[in-house]
Design a protein around this ligand. Structure first.
Ligand SMILES: Cc1cc2nc3c(=O)[nH]c(=O)nc-3n(C[C@H](O)[C@H](O)[C@H](O)COP(=O)(O)O)c2cc1C
Length: 341
């Protein structure tokens, strides 16, 4: 699959953009385990052009994470075009437009999934951004605003005509937020529309190698994007790839391996954001690596309260000592939730 000149290989697996999750350190981990493409957290176009520090910081990308997309959202054309030009200067491989975010404060203002209620504006904004930058432009969106207005088939054609290089579809409506099961039938319909020539990337509830295989084989998508299932499991990309290649399952990483992975992630987070913010932001990831360990409460508390790298590394060491023999295949995976991790 190609996005413009960017070659992602056969059946690529993409890391979904997730606010407060897919920062450079987590992208680094996912990339390491085989994500074929990663994306920044969404970035406010207004924040970017106001020079807001938080938005500018999110533009940071590293060479080793390529190919990488920078994702933008906003409800007005001019600021979005300006932000796209700014984002292009950060030298990503792709500019992605968010037309899918369901959060009230964003959608109610007409940005994110709110744009699905004004298709002419959505198309015009997309066309203007495509014209303003040299990089390929992609869009990530949902099936429609609600059950009565699932207009993704029509939207896909119009966005393609506006010049986008690929389309990611999350198989829910805005009204569903993250509830119910993702519906892949409409994603399949878009993919099988003979008018559609751009790659279609399917997204929603892929949390196992079999689900990813089904997305490719049954629904025919060109790429699969994985979001929540990566929490505490960045190796899922490797698991899926192995299954697609061989039909076999890789064993879940041992406790010792998880300790090594959590350590690397922590050190990367500190390298990127400094010890204070790096540790703080790592808290949402840390204990996820050890979900399912019995009698883990007190240790979990340490992982989310300690403020020094050395103490955290010590605690990770104790996890290996105490639970090193635990068989992680006995750890029951938790269902995908909607909220923040
Ligand atoms: C905590 C969280 C943050 C998210 N932030 C973004 C975002 O910044 N941009 C975006 O396009 N989608 C965002 N999403 C949606 C995901 O990219 C993805 O479409 C959704 O989680 C469904 O995929 P999944 O079932 O594999 O998780 C977010 C989802 C979650 C749970």
């Amino acid at each position: 699959m190609h996005i413009g000149p960017v070659d992602l290989g056969e059946k690529p697996l993409l890391l979904a953009p997730m606010e407060d999750v897919t920062d450079p350190s987590f992208r680094y981990m996912c990339k390491k385990f085989g994500a074929d493409m990663v994306c920044t957290e969404f970035i406010s176009s207004d924040g970017l052009i106001r020079d807001a520090a938080g938005s500018l910081a999110k533009l940071r990308i590293d060479e080793q994470e390529r190919p990488v997309a920078i994702q933008l959202y906003g409800h007005l054309i001019e600021p979005m075009v300006e932000a796209a030009i700014m984002a292009e200067r950060a030298r990503p491989d792709v500019i992605d437009i968010n037309f899918g975010c369901p959060m009230k404060k964003i959608a109610a203002r007409g940005a994110g999934s709110g744009m699905m209620r004004d298709v002419p504006l959505m198309v015009e904004m997309t066309r203007r951004i495509v014209d303003a930058v040299r990089l390929p432009v992609t869009v990530k969106t949902r099936l429609g605003w609600d059950e009565e207005s699932k207009n993704i088939v029509q939207i896909a054609e119009r966005l393609q005509d506006a010049g986008i290089s690929a389309l990611t579809i999350h198989g829910r409506t805005r009204a569903q937020m993250y509830r119910g099961a993702a519906d892949w039938t409409l994603i399949g319909e878009v993919k099988n529309n003979p008018r559609i020539r751009i790659p279609i990337i399917g997204n929603g509830d892929v949390s196992s190698p079999q689900a990813a295989a089904e997305a490719f084989d049954r629904w025919g998508v060109d790429g699969v994007m994985i979001g929540r299932a990566t929490y505490g499991r960045p190796w899922i990309f490797g698991e899926v790839r192995h299954f697609l290649d061989t039909g076999e399952f890789l064993p879940q990483p041992t406790v010792a391996r998880r300790v090594a992975i959590a350590r690397e992630h922590l050190l990367k987070s500190v390298e990127v954001k400094g010890p204070v913010v790096g540790i703080l932001e790592m808290r949402r990831h840390m204990s996820n690596y050890f979900k399912g360990l019995p009698d883990f409460r007190a240790t979990r508390l340490q992982l989310v309260t300690l403020t020094e790298v050395d103490r955290l590394l010590e605690t990770l060491g104790t996890i290996e000592e105490r639970w090193g023999d635990f068989d992680m295949s006995r750890a029951v995976p938790t269902p995908l939730g909607g909220g923040k991790i």
